[in-house]
Ligand binder design. Structure first.
Ligand SMILES: [Zn+2]
Length: 158
C-alpha cells in the first residue's frame, strides 16, 4: 500500500478522536502494521497526530491534505484468521507428509481463531482428526485479545 493510499484513508479520520484499533478495524488492516505506518508517516512529517493515551489518538493534519484524494472507506469483509494446528504424532500419523515429518509434525490443518478460542474455553480437547493424537497450535499466529494477551494464553490445549 503506498503512502498516498494510506493518507487518503487516514484523511477520513482527521480531527476525530479515534483509536488505532478503530481505524485498523475499519480498514481491515493489522493494528501493528497500521501503528507502524502512522509512526513512520509522522516521522516523515507526512501527517501529524496526537496520542491521547489509552490508545486514543487524533490525527491532526495530513501533508498536502487538499491534494490527497480521500479514499472512501468500504466496510471490509470480516477476515477470518486461520490458525495452524499440527499433530504431534509425526511418526505414525497417517496425515503426515515427508515435509511435515521434517518439522516433527503429523497432519497439519487450520481452524479459525474463533473456533480455537471456543474449543479452548470448553471442556473439549482438540485432537488430530486423522489419528486422535495431541495437537499443538502455532502461537505466533494467534490474534491478540482485548487484554493484549493472546486469546488462548489463559488456558492451553496441551
Ligand atoms: Zn495425527
Amino acid at each position: 500500500m503506498d503512502d498516498e493510499k494510506i493518507l487518503g484513508i487516514l484523511k477520513n479520520f482527521v480531527g476525530e478522536k479515534t483509536t488505532f484499533k478503530k481505524i485498523s478495524e475499519d480498514l481491515g488492516l493489522d493494528k501493528d502494521f497500521l501503528i507502524n505506518e502512522i509512526f513512520r508517516l509522522d516521522t516523515e512529517k507526512k501527517l501529524s497526530y496526537l496520542a491521547l493515551g489509552d490508545g486514543k489518538i487524533r490525527i491532526g493534519a495530513i501533508l498536502n491534505q487538499d491534494s490527497i484524494e480521500k479514499t472512501n472507506l468500504k466496510k471490509p469483509k470480516q477476515t477470518t484468521r486461520m490458525i495452524k494446528i499440527s499433530c504431534m504424532n509425526w511418526r505414525d500419523c497417517p496425515g503426515a507428509t515427508d515435509k511435515s515429518k521434517k518439522n516433527s509434525e503429523g497432519l497439519i490443518f487450520r481452524i479459525s481463531s474463533r473456533s480455537l478460542y471456543k474449543i479452548i474455553n470448553s471442556t473439549s480437547i482438540l485432537k488430530c482428526p486423522a489419528c486422535s493424537s495431541i495437537v499443538e497450535y502455532d502461537k505466533s499466529s494467534l490474534p491478540l485479545g482485548e487484554d493484549g494477551e493472546t486469546i488462548v494464553s489463559k488456558k492451553r490445549i496441551d
